[in-house]
Design a protein around this ligand. Sequence first.
Ligand SMILES: *Cc1c(COP(=O)(O)O)cnc(C)c1O
Length: 395
Amino acid sequence: MTAQPADGDAHLSVTCARGGWTAPSIVPPSAPPIYMTTAFDFESLEQIEEVATGRAPGYIYTRDGNPNHDAFASDVAALEGAEAGVATASGMGALAAALLGLLESGDRVISAKVLYGRTGQLLKQLQKSFGIHVEFVDANQPDEFATAAQGGAKLAIIEGVTNPLLEVIDVPAVAQALGSIPLLVDNTFATPCLMRPIEHGAELVWHSASKYLNGHGDVMLGVLVGRKERIRKVRATMALFGFNANPFECWLASRGLRTLPLRMERVSDTATELAGRFQQHRSVKRAFYPALADHPSHHLAERLLPHGCGGMLAIDIGSRHAVDRLFRRLAGRIPFSPTLADARTTLSYPVGTSHKFMTGLERAAAGITDGLVRVSVGLEDVESLWREFDDALKA
Ligand SMILES: *Cc1c(COP(=O)(O)O)cnc(C)c1O
């Protein structure tokens, strides 16, 4: 069988395999291109050597690096006040690359007890499989970090604002209690618009960029930022283990960053208003939001989150049955969706999703009750949201 020539003399198979059109333009595009490519082409052995050694700018293979990875990670580094950053396939990828890149078996890690469920699970797995010793402490008690630090540690891990009860952690006090032990902060909930942990003494910051940094509920992505030397090590681990991000998702998240400050301001305002109204509602036993005067972290929030407390809040509506009824009534408008920081408001049930792997006793100790619903406030106007919540909560 002979294929038809496609373009002039070129055999169809050659055109199919190689393409060849590039934009005839002396001016760059206003938005960055998407480098959806596995590798980059070289003219000579000398040229690949120049790029590989860093004497000439360029990229070789997308698992190792790609312009869209760097565009995204360097923006986040700038926002967090860090020297450098590395993008990964998910938030968990960023954490895994950081831990595998910076720790060796036998090392000690000090970690907050209350963490995103999978973070705690990953630490326990490293403990079991790789002989990394993890000491879990109460992040609300900086003294516990000081005590644990006496035994020495390679790394300490906390979240700036915790899930799902929105406790604000005294990051400067924890950093100080740790002395020279580097502190890694999960800044997913606050984002650099509301808190910049490096300014408070943290050394490394990581994000699930699947959440606010992207902000549109359509990406899986992670990022870690910090000092150049540490990021270099983590980047090598990322490439070796294949934790690399997808260029298109980096491009989407870079686009998300353009509106991050507007979104964080909007969700903080809406969440503050909703939290106040939930607190007054007959069907709500308790509302959790750091801007509320009765929240345990209220004073810390005033000091550490002066520009707003973000878009996450939680309500306790009494029972699993009440939660199920609320989800059914709101389905199609405010969905039960096990994520957060989408453009739309979503609901989650910590007992059944993020904190499912804890024992009942652990959950009780952490204050995660059967009637707890976590609300991720989106960009809808507050009155429309309130009408929907109020209707659905009415018995
Ligand atoms: C979602 C989330 C993670 C994990 O990130 P993925 O992108 O889902 O891998 C880590 N920390 C927090 C606080 C999160 O909300």
